[in-house]
Ligand binder design. Structure first.
Ligand SMILES: [Fe+2]
Length: 346
């Protein structure tokens, strides 16, 4: 089950071109392309006649011609030519999805188009800040439900077990978590004081000696995460810390798009407050982060299989508190959306 009145990432902006392509989001097949002036178009990928995917047809200017009998649709999904029909049947149309380009990503609105407001797209602080650097990599395909990745991104403890060569430190094993409910999701966070930086961060922080470290794991509805890492010299961190001029901050953005109930497309990039133009640093960070995310993928793909085929009950632990709260909130929003849909249909 998915929240439909929400923006999801459909693609990187360079992935949508003048070639017709099929993508799948929330189990819906969608034909995407760009118009002659480069505007984004997303149409239900099924001709209303015999349901051949429009992506199997031809692009003709700013229209798509079905590859079976030539029914032709414009960028808003209206049939503009129906050869041999003596006119255009009034029910010859396909759904057109609102799209919006932001942060190098293409966002798609899966619900009622009248409610689509680009101002509701996840806000990214410092995206255009020239003092911050960025690194990114290709989207990853996960063979698991998107909520398992949301769980993972509300779980600062897993780094101790899953990411031992990169993000783990002794303190990540059992420092207590704090859970904060926000207007649009949940934050699980903790400060770990006076310890050696974990291997990945040792390579990038610009100070010597021990650190105070914040893990801020935040997921917002429907399935978008900000993982903020703060490393500051020991003695300058903590909830009331003054921080230090050499404090290192990495904001990791994670956007999970459900392909369907069992598969997820995972888009990510990181922003950092140091050496914005250092391409070698960006490359190294992308490589290390991708390696870590592959560790997550391997675990979550197996967790999906384990949970789908379990032969005994699973248990929850106190460390799952943030995840369970996020799931409950999201489920309540989905239920409410369905109720409104039912009322409108009556
Ligand atoms: Fe992870």
């Amino acid at each position: 089950m998915f929240l439909k009145n929400a923006w999801y990432v459909a693609a990187w902006d360079h992935e949508i071109t003048r070639d017709l392509q099929q993508i799948m989001v929330l189990g819906e097949k969608i034909c995407v392309f760009r118009s002659e002036v480069g505007a984004l178009v997303a149409l239900e990928d099924a001709c209303p006649h015999r349901k051949l995917p429009l992506s199997k047809g031809r692009i003709k200017g700013d229209t798509v011609e079905c590859g079976y009998h030539g029914l032709t649709f414009n960028c808003v999904g209206q049939c503009v030519w129906a050869p041999g029909s003596g006119g255009i049947p009034s029910n010859a149309k396909v759904h057109a999805y609102p799209l919006h380009e932001k942060y190098g990503l293409v966002w798609i609105w899966m619900g009622n188009p009248a409610l689509a407001d680009p101002a509701d797209i996840f806000e990214i602080e410092n995206y255009d800040n020239p003092a911050w650097g960025i690194n990114r990599g290709a989207a990853m395909e996960l063979d698991c439900n998107y909520l398992l990745m949301c769980d993972n991104l509300l779980d600062p403890t897993h780094v101790a077990w899953v990411h031992q060569s990169s993000f783990a430190a002794d303190a990540t094993k059992d420092t207590p978590l704090r859970i904060t409910k926000t207007e649009n999701g949940v934050i699980v966070h903790r400060w770990m004081m006076d310890h050696e930086p974990a291997p990945f961060y040792r390579k990038v922080v610009e100070f010597e000696g021990n650190c105070d470290r914040l893990q801020h794991y935040e997921v917002r509805h429907p399935s978008h995460a900000l993982i903020k890492a703060v490393f500051t010299p020991a003695g300058t961190g903590g909830p009331d810390g003054s921080l230090h001029e050499n404090t290192f901050i990495m904001d990791s953005y994670n956007f999970m798009t459900p392909t369907d109930e069992g598969r997820t497309r995972y888009y990510w990039f990181q922003l950092r407050n140091i050496r914005p133009d250092d391409d070698e640093l960006s490359r190294m960070m992308s490589e290390d982060v991708q390696h870590a995310f592959e560790e997550d993928r391997d675990v979550l793909n197996e967790v999906q299989k384990g949970m789908s085929n379990k032969t005994s009950p699973h248990i929850d632990l106190p460390i799952d508190g943030g995840q369970l709260r996020f799931r409950r909130q999201l489920q309540a929003m989905i239920n409410e959306e369905r109720q409104v849909d039912r009322q409108m249909a009556e």
